[in-house]
Design a protein around this ligand. Structure first.
Ligand SMILES: *[C@@H]1O[C@H](CO)[C@@H](O)[C@H](O)[C@H]1NC(C)=O
Ligand SMILES: *[C@@H]1O[C@H](CO)[C@@H](O)[C@H](O)[C@H]1NC(C)=O
Ligand SMILES: *[C@@H]1O[C@H](CO)[C@@H](O)[C@H](O)[C@H]1NC(C)=O
Length: 176
């Protein structure tokens, strides 16, 4: 009995040691059915890469985060400062580069980014990798946007919504 527990414990700590990400400053955001980390993001259960998405491509006033499958060219990465996620992407009509900052995350709304400075936010990384809102890891949902894309919400309640976890990872998934 004692042996079994020790074996399990040592196997667990060995896998945690290899799986735990180290201080990510620039990271990619992916959704997964599991909350445990995996150093290889492609192996996270039900993983999806995400990319900023303008529901209104003309104004690009607000960016949401939509799921994206294999075959993307490149993905913008994110930073986290004072509870605010930031991502640098091309501006309207693909011109220039603009740093979009996440607004305070609110239940029943999409995770939103605006081309404005934000006075602190409510996002953090639990264990250095799992994205939380007000300290909570559970509550992310994937729901349809007005234009039918799969986008990330906080506590979305539509019948099409499905729960997920949001991971910060050092390398995007589905890459060989
Ligand atoms: C990550 O996992 C994928 C899928 O299992 C595999 O194809 C790939 O080789 C792995 N990458 C590394 C660096 O181990
Ligand atoms: C993150 O994106 C910036 C460009 O916005 C790029 O210079 C940097 O190399 C990227 N970092 C990673 C880890 O991909
Ligand atoms: C986003 O926030 C950063 C840090 O506060 C700021 O430097 C940047 O100008 C903001 N983006 C825009 C478009 O205002």
């Amino acid at each position: 009995m004692r042996f079994t527990i020790l074996t399990v414990l040592s196997a667990l700590s060995a896998s945690l040691a290899t799986a735990l990400p180290t201080e990510l400053t620039q990271f990619f955001l992916v959704t997964s059915d599991q909350s445990d980390p995996n150093a290889n993001s492609s192996q996270l259960r039900g993983v999806h890469a995400t990319t900023p998405y303008a529901e209104d491509p003309v104004s690009q006033s607000t960016l949401l985060l939509r799921l994206i499958g294999a075959g993307y060219n490149s993905l913008p990465n994110f930073t986290l400062t004072d509870g605010v996620l930031a991502t640098t992407t091309s501006g309207p009509h693909g011109i220039g580069s603009v740093t979009y900052n996440s607004t305070a995350v609110v239940a029943g709304q999409e995770l939103q980014f605006m081309a404005q400075q934000q006075e602190g936010g409510n996002v953090a990384l639990d264990g250095g990798y799992l994205v939380t809102v007000d300290g909570e890891t559970e509550g992310w949902t994937i729901c349809d946007s007005a234009r039918g894309m799969d986008v990330l919400w906080w506590r979305g309640e539509g019948s099409d919504c499905k729960s997920t976890f949001l991971h910060a990872v050092s390398k995007p998934p589905y890459r060989k």
